[in-house]
Design a protein around this ligand. Structure first.
Ligand code: ZN
Length: 430
């Protein structure tokens, strides 16, 4: 069937507004919006019909009448002039009853209103439509076998997006926009989803007794101070966020210091109301308040994709620890030398430590010790400088964890080992 025949068949069967007619043929001409396309198609039928009448090939005015009833102005004027007695009623669009332009208008107003409460640079639009609208559109497409159109929701999304872009001078972005406005046309409501901001930095923990993250057990405000809590107190007031989430490149135990150039982390600010913050002095603000315990390096912008990368890199990076420990007996200089030789470039087999078994599955990890140097520092007290792969449980490497870590310092010396003090001296590339 040719285009003209299809068009006439549709117009004689059901009234369609310009937009709903144009949508059925939208892929045939990429330019123009659907409303303009629909009007052009109606003009096209009008021209053909007029030609037929003027050539005297046709007497019937039924196509003009159908066009006029669907709101086609040229046809209305033509009929008024040529057949003033003809009874014409304006008929609502079969698909949308004229609702679509209303929906667009209301959505734009609501979104503009909601946008004033949040700072953003990029946005995207989501839409919930009354089911009958999409059903009727699909019904017309399938009844007349129209395969050149686009989905109704697609069109509305685009129209609303274009108007918002113009009204607010912001960029639409499909993947991870700063905010997503979801307009619910059934209840005339808009909900706003604000995507997190991610900032990268690294911390140095100068004293023991500080957790990396807040205790997430029953007592949410545990007495143990945490880096996460310190970041929350510094960053939430600035970004107007709901809460923050800490993503560390690995972690050290609460009692272990983190020195050297620090441990990288990413802090996620959830549902921030403010985005365009000057980051250059933010770390100074943190250090002024908490610098006697924890220092952070300058913040820089990161993306959500950096979080899994950070975790992966943490596993791969070498770390150097300083551990002070006591043994059950005196250990000679020769034994210390042998211990160093035995542990250099040594593969350690480690079953999940007893102290973390509750939280982690019991499995064997294989990690490297690259070098281990030992020094006698008094009585049965020794210092070890150990460089190993990320993810090695260093305390267990020392005390052996009841034979679950092999080899271990305690196992090789065949004596008990007690850890007195421990710190991370540095992370490779950190
Ligand atoms: Zn319509």
């Amino acid at each position: 069937m040719d285009l003209l025949k299809i068009l006439k068949k549709i117009m004689l069967s059901i009234p369609l507004c310009d937009r709903c007619l144009g949508r059925q043929f939208s892929s045939l001409i990429p330019s123009y919006n659907n409303e303009t396309k629909g009007r052009i198609l109606k003009d096209f039928i009008f021209m053909i019909e007029k030609m037929e009448i003027e050539r005297g090939r046709r007497k019937s005015l039924k196509v003009f009448k159908a066009l006029a009833e669907s709101g086609h102005l040229l046809s209305i004027n033509f009929l008024k002039k040529n057949n003033p007695k003809l009874n014409m009623a304006s008929k609502p669009c079969y698909i949308c009853s004229g609702e679509i332009n209303n929906i667009i208008e209301k959505a734009v107003n609501k979104i503009v209103e909601a946008s004033s409460e949040v700072e953003f640079n990029t946005f995207y639009i989501g839409l919930t439509l009354p089911v009958y609208l999409e059903e009727k559109d699909e019904e017309v497409k399938s009844f007349f076998k129209l395969w050149f159109g686009e989905a109704l929701k697609n069109e509305l999304n685009r129209e609303i997006k274009t108007r918002i872009k113009k009204a607010l001078e912001k960029k639409p972005k499909m993947r991870r926009p700063d905010v997503l406005f979801i307009y619910d046309a059934i209840n005339d409501k808009v909900s706003v989803q604000i995507n997190s901001i991610f900032l990268r930095s690294s911390y140095r923990k100068l004293v023991g007794g500080i957790a990396q993250t807040k205790w997430r057990g029953m007592d949410s405000d545990s007495v143990t101070p945490s880096i996460e809590k310190m970041l929350e107190e510094t960053l939430l007031p600035v970004f107007g966020g709901k809460k923050i989430k800490f993503h560390g490149a690995g972690r050290e135990d609460v009692d272990v210091k983190m020195l050297g150039s620090g441990r990288p982390f990413i802090v996620e600010i959830i549902e921030p109301k403010v985005r365009n913050v000057d980051l250059s002095n933010l770390h100074l603000e943190f250090n002024k308040r908490f610098g006697n315990m924890v220092e952070v390096s300058p913040f820089s912008r990161a993306s959500y994709l950096d979080v899994p990368r950070l975790k992966m890199e943490a596993e791969r990076k070498k770390k150097t620890y300083r551990v002070v420990f006591e043994t059950g007996r005196k250990v000679s200089e020769d034994e210390l030398k042998n211990l160093s030789d035995r542990l250099a470039m040594c593969l350690i087999r480690q079953r999940t430590p007893l102290r973390v078994l509750k939280r982690r599955g019991d499995r064997v990890r294989k990690k490297m010790v690259y070098s281990a140097l030992f020094k006698h520092i008094g009585d049965n007290r020794y210092e070890a400088i150990i460089t190993c792969s990320g993810g090695l449980y260093v305390k267990e490497l020392l005390h052996g964890d009841e034979g679950r870590t092999v080899p271990s310092v305690a196992g090789l010396l065949d004596t008990k080992v007690k850890i007195v003090e421990m710190e991370v001296m540095g992370i490779e590339g950190g």
